[in-house]
Design a protein around this ligand. Structure first.
Ligand SMILES: *Cc1c(COP(=O)(O)O)cnc(C)c1O
Length: 290
């Protein structure tokens, strides 16, 4: 096997040839070449009582099974169905994300020239290829002074997801109703466990309209002009919820008044979910690890 190593410090090194070792991941593995690969992201929480809890782990397992079905398609384009697989579980400690209880709102870059997922694609599965192809756009967002990408879709610039989080908009909708909205699971949205939990909580509270509906950039800009936007936030296991304060779109900086509005609802979700995760509140969503 010919090997050429690269590092930022010294660039490309001298090539060398050596026999192929008995590596656990073969260099010709289809996971490296065709991204026949999937992953899951799940946390274990050490509670206030010292006990360890998982949060709705069966939802992660169901999603993993769906990703696996999508990743191991029958032979096509000369790519054979895998005959072997490896499952790694990387266990690394992470502290509570918002230990200080303070939110840091993020700024987003929205440009339809890159798309994260498309109809008929794999955007609704946690497959590696979805993420590798999104890094270039993330880099451009950083260069433009934004922290993450707001992924748009279609001619009407539908708002889909933010970075690797689902997106929620809490606003007064076109009909004057208080509404919590998130895009529907139409194949281009990753069905997040956090997304599902936020919808379940809000529907259970029954205090405002809860919708899985399309939201376009023009819906958002109209609502901003008419002061109808209350809060906008991303949702995912890593941060639970993440307030959004700014969107760069068509060369203009749109200010999202999430922080000025508390953020009341965003904080309420954070508190409710972390109370369950850290065992401050009993819930069948928390599964004790013995
Ligand atoms: C993992 C992920 C999410 C969030 O899912 P959770 O189960 O809530 O962590 C949202 N969007 C994308 C693209 C993701 O990869």
């Amino acid at each position: 096997m010919l090997i050429i190593e690269w590092s930022l410090a010294s660039g490309w090194k001298k090539p060398y040839i050596k026999p192929l070792e008995n590596l656990s991941l073969h260099p010709a593995s289809s996971s490296l070449h065709y991204a026949i690969e999937l992953f899951e992201g799940m946390k274990a929480y050490r509670g206030v009582d010292g006990k360890i809890r998982l949060f709705r782990p069966t939802l992660n397992m169901d999603r993993m099974a769906r990703s696996a079905r999508r990743a191991t398609l029958p032979p096509s384009l000369g790519v054979k169905k895998p005959t072997k697989a490896l499952l790694y579980v990387i266990m690394s400690p992470v502290g509570p994300y918002f230990a200080s209880g303070s939110f840091n709102p993020i700024s987003l870059w929205a440009d339809p020239k890159y798309v994260r997922a498309w109809k008929g694609g794999t955007g609704d599965c946690k497959l590696g290829g979805n993420y590798g192809s999104s890094i270039y756009a993330q880099q451009e967002a950083l260069e433009l002074g934004c922290q993450q990408v707001l992924w748009l879709y279609g001619e009407d610039h539908q708002i889909t997801e933010v970075g690797t989080m689902n997106l929620f908009l809490y606003w007064i909708n076109e009909d004057g109703e208080d509404e919590l909205a998130t895009p529907p699971l139409d194949g281009i949205i990753l069905p997040g466990v956090t997304r599902q939990s936020i919808l379940d909580l809000a529907r259970n509270w029954g205090e405002f309209k809860v919708s899985e509906r399309y939201i376009t950039m023009s819906d958002l800009t109209a609502a901003l002009e008419e002061n109808r936007v209350k809060e906008m936030f991303g949702a995912g296991t890593a941060c639970i919820v993440c307030p959004i304060s700014k969107i760069l779109y068509k060369g203009k900086h749109l200010h999202i008044p999430t922080m000025e509005n508390g953020p009341q609802l965003t904080s309420r979700f954070l508190n409710k979910l972390s109370d369950i995760q850290y065992g401050r509140e009993d819930s069948d969503w928390a599964v004790l690890v013995s």
